[in-house]
Design a protein around this ligand. Structure first.
Ligand SMILES: Nc1ncnc2c1ncn2[C@@H]1O[C@H](COP(=O)(O)OP(=O)(O)OP(=O)(O)O)[C@@H](O)[C@H]1O
Ligand SMILES: *[C@@H]1O[C@H](CO)[C@@H](O)[C@H](O)[C@H]1NC(C)=O
Ligand SMILES: *[C@@H]1O[C@H](CO)[C@@H](O)[C@H](O)[C@H]1NC(C)=O
Ligand SMILES: *[C@@H]1O[C@H](CO)[C@@H](O)[C@H](O)[C@H]1NC(C)=O
Length: 340
């Protein structure tokens, strides 16, 4: 019925840290609830933590998580496809197996030299912090996208989702896909992805935003987005509205901004109006790990959007998927969804 095309850097493994290594997190200057790129000073961290033995390796990457969740919610074989870049190594093989097990049609660009990207995830008391070493995830090339068999997937897709993170990797790939979506009246969706994208990739982000029909983000990202533009408000509803009203490329009808706020209501701005939708509340003792909540939300949302459901159903499905994922470790789910 549809084919969702997704593209991003593929981070491969999540080192799940236990709270007894909390001290290490602080030593490496890592703030809870943040997402950063690995620097020289983080180098010893990986080995040090791996040597502790309590390390969990999970195939990840925000966008691959989102598409896996969308595929899971849909339960329609072959509904989704994904592209990204991995290395020719053990973690790369894991990525392939993981996508296959999830029923996602993955087409990876395999870099000859760089190892598969990794991301250290520090989980403490349900909060998480990310340190990403992109490696191969940073090596995606638009040549891969332009190969006949891969571009055929883009042509087949009706909904296309790309994470904002990918602006740091291959803006020309994004531009190609965005223009294709506009020219063929396809739905193009993006994510603000992280505060540093809004801050340091502002121009690239703004350029691609022209083509974006749906923009996702959380409250922190929305506020940073507003701050770098000097919008004098911290009100998420106002910001969502302003983002939805930023200029559009010719041929685009409107932009819908969807901003999540953890346990607080989801904000949706569309047609000059703002609506809020409550999330499914969860007693604190049931919260295992918020890692992947946002990714899962996007996956759930997509699963209904591609079935032409209204915004309310999309948000409900997003909240359902997020609610399932935060009760488990990492971005994992039971065999079948219980949503209708
Ligand atoms: N504490 C919570 N209780 C209930 N639902 C939650 C909670 N935290 C997250 N969620 C669900 O997950 C969705 C996304 O959460 P949030 O806004 O925290 O995204 P995020 O900050 O991008 O998450 P992450 O980056 O950790 O994946 C929310 O809209 C909500 O449905
Ligand atoms: C990132 O990973 C590569 C490959 O494993 C490694 O050579 C590099 O030192 C790492 N960088 C950081 C900052 O961790
Ligand atoms: C929103 O996501 C960013 C990572 O992109 C994170 O740093 C921030 O803490 C999140 N905000 C909240 C309120 O969870
Ligand atoms: C994408 O959007 C969701 C929903 O607004 C958000 O929670 C999440 O942090 C964003 N980032 C990624 C990488 O998916």
């Amino acid at each position: 019925m549809m084919c969702c095309y997704m593209i991003i850097m593929c981070l491969c493994c999540h080192h799940g840290w236990q709270s007894d290594v909390l001290l290490q997190c602080f030593r490496y200057d890592i703030k809870l609830n943040n997402a950063i790129l690995a620097e020289e000073k983080h180098l010893p961290m990986y080995d040090e933590l791996a040597s502790k033995g309590n390390v969990e390796y999970i195939a990840g990457g925000a966008t691959q998580n989102s598409i896996r969740v969308a595929q899971w919610m849909l339960q329609i074989p072959g509904a989704t496809s994904y592209m990204g870049c991995i290395g020719k190594d053990k973690f790369g093989e894991e990525m392939k197996k993981n996508a296959q097990a999830a029923g996602v049609n993955a087409r990876y660009y395999e870099d000859e030299a760089a190892p598969t990207g990794t991301c250290a995830v520090c989980v403490v008391g349900g909060e998480r912090s990310l340190v990403a070493n992109l490696s191969a995830a940073n090596c995606y090339k638009s040549e891969h996208l332009k190969r006949l068999e891969n571009w055929a997937l883009v042509e087949k897709a009706k909904y296309i989702y790309i994470a904002g993170f990918f602006l740091t990797v291959s803006p020309d790939s994004i531009q190609l896909v965005a223009e294709h979506a506009a020219a063929n009246k396809k739905v193009f969706l993006m994510n603000l992805s992280a505060p540093f994208i809004c801050e340091f990739f502002r121009d690239a982000q703004e350029k691609v935003l022209l083509y974006v029909d749906y923009i996702f983000g959380n409250e922190t990202e929305a506020r940073i987005f507003a701050k770098v533009r000097g919008w004098e408000t911290e009100n998420v509803e106002e910001i969502a509205l302003k983002i939805s009203q930023l200029p559009l490329a010719s041929g685009k009808q409107k932009r819908i901004a969807v901003i999540t706020q953890g346990a607080d209501p989801v904000v949706v701005a569309e047609d000059g109006q703002v609506k809020t939708f409550p999330v499914i509340l969860l007693p604190k003792e049931k919260l295992v790990d918020t890692n992947g909540a946002g990714d899962a939300f996007v996956g759930g949302f997509l699963s209904q959007l591609v079935q032409q459901k209204g915004i309310e159903d999309c948000v409900k499905a997003g909240c359902y998927a997020a609610n399932v994922i935060i009760q488990r470790s990492g971005c994992t789910y039971p065999e079948k969804p219980d949503f209708n």
